[in-house]
Ligand binder design. Structure first.
Ligand code: URA
Length: 431
């Protein structure tokens, strides 16, 4: 078999066989197929799609590109969650410690930034020393002893997704239902998850802009999960405006820490409580969503959830003094509060524009080898439906480069649309 023939076949909109998909995935996992051919193939998949059979084959081939964890002797139910990606989506940083504090252990495999969407691993790496490349042995030991793990693809775990993910990030090949579904589900299967809560984002700042597309992604992932014998609950949540206020790596870690102390933005806290409640029900720690929610609120109020965050940071080599004292995170050189230049009601706070501007500031990557600047990003002070007076703070820029700061200032102003009439707040969840 030749990689080029597989690329051409996909370009011709033909269905790839299981053998061809396996050959291709093994080839790029072991660097026998170069990045340029993988990128060309990913673009052909993005443009021409994949059948359900191809997507399942791709998911399984990527999951089996490394080890498949068997957590049966480690936890009673291996639980996991995953978001399809959004702007300001730091949910994992709160939900993981919350559900672990409620007695449900979680070993999670996350991703890095992808296109305009931030990545949990990049966020956690704002904490000096925090390691995101655990081996399977380290994953299992930590889950057994600490009940909480947050790692990334490694040479042992879903390496194919690690490679393809990094290429998709910088080749315009993120927004593909089969590539997103296989990326997410291969990680979940490799990490041994038996029960999974999927948070599929919908809207301007999501990879699925319409409810229809989001439903298609959700049902494809649910089918793949069930075929692999996993329990799956899928939520469709809003991503037209950023979640919470902070966008950017360390800014989001700080907001997550504040939320674990009960001081986070109301929308973000509410989102986290809802996702936590679903995990607690699916993981058989709560009889219904109401009980799960109360349990989640309880561990935030008692400080037990924050304590689990500390345990996570310490277990993976991070400097826990940053969790205790978020003032220690390095500050960006230029911090500028931009004020509303009119009175009115916000009718749009475009998450896509904000996500793209944060990547341009350096919070994400333009090419694979780019380093991430953990200090840059934005605080977005208001939500759709808020009434503002002229001169009220609209957003704050955190930049390390004056030219990028000026571009962000102008770019971000276009994210806001105004109305003179009342505007209903956006829902947090659709389904
Ligand atoms: N999260 C992932 O892990 N992969 C994607 O493709 C999108 C979101």
């Amino acid at each position: 078999m030749r990689a080029v023939d597989i690329i051409i076949k996909k370009r011709q909109k033909l269905e790839l066989t299981s053998e061809e998909i396996k050959f291709f995935v093994e080839g790029f996992t072991h660097s026998q197929i170069p990045d340029y051919q993988v990128s060309a193939w990913a673009m052909a998949v993005l443009l021409n799609g994949m059948t359900a059979n191809e997507t399942t084959d791709l998911t399984l081939a990527m999951a089996h590109s490394g080890e498949i964890l068997d957590l049966s002797g480690v936890v009673d139910i291996a639980m996991d969650k995953h978001s399809s990606g959004g702007v300001g989506d730091k949910t994992t940083l709160v939900v993981l410690p919350v559900v672990v504090a409620c007695g449900l252990p979680v070993g999670k495999m996350s991703g890095r930034g992808l296109g305009f969407s931030g990545g949990t691993l990049d966020k956690m790496e704002s904490i000096p020393g925090f390691r995101v490349n655990l081996t399977t042995e380290e994953f299992k030991n930590q889950l057994k002893h600490n009940g909480i793990v947050l790692t990334g693809q490694s040479l042992d775990l879903a390496p194919a997704d690690g490679k393809l993910y990094a290429l998709r990030d910088v080749t315009g090949t993120v927004q593909s239902i089969p590539l997103i579904a296989s990326s997410i589900m291969s990680k979940k299967i490799a990490a041994g998850a038996q029960a999974i809560v999927l948070d599929v984002k919908v809207g301007l700042g999501a990879f699925m802009e319409t409810l229809d597309e989001a439903r298609r992604l959700a049902s494809l992932m649910t089918d793949i999960g069930r075929l692999a014998g996993r329990k799956v609950v899928t939520l469709l949540s809003d991503m037209n405006q950023p979640l919470g206020q902070a966008v950017g790596n360390s800014l989001e870690v700080i907001e997550a820490i504040e939320t674990l102390h009960g001081r986070g933005p109301a929308d973000f806290l509410e989102h986290c409580l809802h996702v936590s409640a679903h995990m607690l029900v699916l993981g058989k720690r709560a009889v219904d969503l109401e009980t799960g929610r109360r349990m989640a609120e309880g561990v935030i109020a008692s400080g037990k959830a924050f304590e689990k965050f500390r345990v996570l940071v310490e277990a993976q080599g991070g400097d826990v003094s940053y969790a205790d004292n978020p003032d220690k995170f390095p500050k960006a050189k230029f911090i500028e509060v931009v004020k509303a230049d009119r009175r009115g009601i916000l009718s749009q706070v475009n998450a896509r524009t904000i996500g793209e501007a944060s990547v341009s500031l350096g919070a994400g990557r333009a090419v694979k080898s780019d380093p991430v600047d953990h200090a840059v990003g934005f605080i977005i002070h208001h939500k759709v439906g808020d009434q503002l007076d002229k001169g009220e703070p609209l957003f704050t820029i955190y930049a390390n480069d004056a030219i990028k700061q000026a571009a962000a200032r102008e770019g971000l102003k276009t994210a806001f649309q105004w109305s003179n009439k009342p505007v209903a707040p956006l829902p947090l969840f659709y389904e």
